[in-house]
Design a protein around this ligand. Structure first.
Ligand SMILES: NC(=O)c1ccc[n+]([C@@H]2O[C@H](COP(=O)([O-])OP(=O)(O)OC[C@H]3O[C@@H](n4cnc5c(N)ncnc54)[C@H](O)[C@@H]3O)[C@@H](O)[C@H]2O)c1
Length: 377
C-alpha cells in the first residue's frame, strides 16, 4: 500500500502524523511511504530523516493525495484537503465530526473511508488513540490555566500553589477521564486545592485511589457544580461521551456564580465544547472573555508541544496503521474489532451513530456500507 503523510495545515498545528520510526516499520512491511516535503519540520523531523528510513519525499500535498491509497493526518482535514479525497482513499486522522455537520457532509461526498482516531476503541471500550493526546492536553490545561490566572494576562492574579501563610488556589476539573486525571495530577503537583468531578462512580473510585487523598472526588450533579463554582479559580472542562457532541456542564447563567477573572479551560472544545460560552480558539490567540471570565478553548492543545505529541501519537497509531496497510480496511477490522467504531464515514454514508445524531445526518451501519464497497474493489 502507498501511505501518504501530508503537512498539517490547520492554524498553529506543528505535529506530523508519522515519525521516521513509523515510516521504517511500514517500509519493513513492504509498503511505500510518501511524505510531503517539510511535513515534519514543526516537530524537528527533517525530510532527510524520513528518506533515511526509506520514505519518498514529494513536493506538495497534491502529489501525496494523488499517489497515496491511505492518507494519515493529525487534525481534521481542511477544505483544500477534503477536495483532494477520492472514494478509494482511506483517511486515518482525528476527525471530531459530531459538532461539524459541514465537514461530515463534505467527507461523505468524497466517498472515502474516513477513520477517526478518537473513536477507535480497545478491548475494554477505552480510546487508545485519543489517550496519548488527552494525556498531553490534560497537562497543558493546568499549565495554561495557571498562566492565564496571572494578572498581566487578564487573570485574577493568584498563584495556584499559594505560599506559606496564603491559601492555594482552587482547581475544579469536570470529567475525570484521561484529560481530567492528567490535569488534576499537574494541579496537585503545583500544590493547588483540587476537586475532580465525574458522573461515573467507578471512575471516581479509581481516582480516589490514584490520588491517595491529595485531591477530592465529587459526583457531578448540577447542584455540586453550582456549589463549587464560587470557590473555583480555575475550572477545567474535560467531559466526553464517546463520539458525541460534548454536553454543557456550565451554562452562561452559571458564570455569574464565579469569581471575577477566574479562568475556564475547555479541553472538550474539539467535541463542540462543554461550557455554553465556549468557542474554538487558536494558540496564537488562545483566550477571550465572557462576563468577566477568561475562556481558553484551544482545539488542538497538543499541537503546541509537537516534539512530545508527534512521537506519542505514532506510538499509539502505528499498530493500526500497519494493520490497515497490511490487510486493507476489512482485514484490519477483523484484526482489531475496535477499529469498527473508528469508521465514521464510508461509501458516502455516516457509519457512527453518535456522529450521525450530532450532525443530524442519517446513520447507516458500517456492515451495510463496507462489504459491498470492499467487494467491488
Ligand atoms: N482540545 C484539545 O486539544 C484536546 C486534546 C485531547 C483531548 N481533547 C478532548 O478532551 C475531552 C476528554 O477526553 P478524555 O480522553 O479525557 O475522555 P475520557 O473518556 O477519558 O474521559 C471523559 C470523562 O468525562 C466523564 N463525563 C461524561 N459526561 C460527564 C458529565 N456530564 N459530567 C461529568 N463527567 C462526565 C466520563 O465519565 C469520563 O470519565 C474529549 O472531548 C477529547 O476529545 C481535547
Amino acid at each position: 500500500m502507498k501511505v501518504g503523510v501530508p503537512t498539517e495545515i490547520k492554524t498553529d498545528e506543528y505535529r506530523v502524523s508519522l515519525t521516521p520510526a513509523g515510516a521504517r516499520e511500514l517500509v519493513e512491511h513492504g509498503h511505500e511511504v510518501l511524505v510531503q516535503g517539510g511535513a515534519g519540520n514543526g516537530s524537528a523531523i527533517w525530510d532527510r530523516d524520513y528518506a533515511a528510513q526509506g520514505a519518498r519525499v514529494l513536493a506538495d500535498a497534491e502529489s501525496v493525495f494523488a499517489e497515496a491509497d491511505m492518507v494519515l493526518g493529525v487534525k481534521e482535514p481542511q477544505p483544500d484537503e477534503v477536495a483532494m479525497l477520492r472514494p478509494e482513499h482511506v483517511l486515518f486522522t482525528y476527525l471530531h465530526l459530531a459538532p461539524a455537520p459541514e465537514l461530515t457532509r463534505g467527507l461523505a461526498d468524497t466517498g472515502a473511508t474516513c477513520i477517526a482516531y478518537e473513536t477507535v476503541e480497545d478491548s475494554h471500550g477505552r480510546l487508545p488513540l485519543l489517550a496519548p493526546m488527552s494525556e498531553v492536553a490534560g497537562k497543558i490545561a493546568t499549565q495554561a490555566g495557571a498562566f492565564m490566572l496571572e494578572k498581566p494576562l487578564g487573570g485574577r492574579g493568584v498563584l495556584l500553589g499559594g505560599v506559606p501563610g496564603v491559601a492555594a488556589a482552587t482547581v475544579m476539573v469536570i470529567g475525570g477521564g484521561v484529560v481530567g486525571f492528567n490535569a488534576a495530577a499537574i494541579a496537585i503537583g503545583m500544590e493547588a486545592d483540587v476537586f475532580v468531578f465525574d458522573r461515573n462512580i467507578d471512575r471516581l473510585r479509581e481516582l480516589d485511589v490514584a490520588f491517595a487523598g491529595r485531591a477530592s472526588t465529587v459526583y457531578s450533579s448540577v447542584l455540586a457544580v453550582e456549589e463549587m463554582l464560587p470557590r473555583a479559580d480555575l475550572v477545567i472542562g474535560a467531559v466526553l461521551v464517546h463520539g458525541a457532541r460534548a454536553p454543557y456542564v456550565i451554562t452562561r447563567e452559571q458564570l455569574k456564580l464565579m469569581k471575577e477573572r477566574a479562568v475556564l479551560v475547555d479541553v472538550s472544545i474539539d467535541q463542540g465544547g462543554c461550557f455554553e460560552t465556549s468557542k474554538p480558539t487558536t494558540h496564537s490567540d488562545p483566550t477571550y472573555e465572557v462576563d468577566g471570565i477568561t475562556h481558553y478553548c484551544v482545539a488542538n492543545m497538543p499541537g503546541a508541544v509537537p516534539i512530545t505529541s508527534t512521537y506519542a501519537l505514532t506510538n499509539a497509531t502505528l499498530p493500526y496503521i500497519l494493520a490497515l496497510a497490511d490487510r486493507g480496511v476489512q482485514g484490519a477490522l477483523e484484526r482489531h474489532p475496535g477499529l469498527h467504531p473508528g469508521v465514521n464515514v464510508a461509501g458516502g454514508r455516516v457509519t457512527h451513530a453518535a456522529v450521525a445524531a450530532g450532525t443530524g445526518t442519517e446513520f447507516t451501519p458500517l456492515d451495510q456500507v463496507l462489504e459491498p464497497q470492499v467487494a467491488s474493489n
